[in-house]
Design a protein. Structure first.
Length: 132
């Protein structure tokens, strides 16, 4: 890839996708040594990288019910990241948008997941209503 910033962003997206799928048990054991990591490629719980089609961006990663906007930049611009994630969630038809912001010089597990308070309130209300 000739653009180093694009390569850095793609690497962050890939790391995020692999981390979440591994933590959520979506990959087979020993997946790093295999050509194909999925337990079930059709499982809707897989965290995937959607194909971008048309003028409406649908986010970097889909992790139902969230659209993830991955950011790996020197300076954090949280309001812009969250606004972009929310917009792309609407485009994708997902209820929630969140930004996954790479923590400088840290492992992917230390990345920040950022949402606005209104989104958090909706997540909280949905979790609580599912519990009852």
């Amino acid at each position: 890839m000739s653009n180093p910033n694009k390569a850095k962003g793609t690497a962050h997206e890939t790391s995020t996708r692999h981390f979440l799928n591994e933590e959520l048990g979506q990959y087979v054991d020993g997946w790093r040594e295999l050509d194909y990591p999925w337990k079930d490629p059709r499982d809707p719980d897989n965290v995937t990288r959607p194909a971008q089609t048309g003028a409406r961006d649908v986010g970097d990663l889909h992790a139902w019910p969230f659209v993830l906007e991955a950011k790996a930049e020197k300076e954090f611009r949280l309001p812009a990241y969250v606004a972009q994630a929310n917009k792309e969630a609407r485009h994708a038809g997902f209820p929630y948008g969140v930004a996954v912001v790479k923590a400088p010089r840290k492992n992917i597990r230390d990345a920040y997941v950022v949402m606005d308070l209104a989104t958090f309130a909706r997540v909280l209300a949905d979790i609580r209503s599912a519990r009852s």
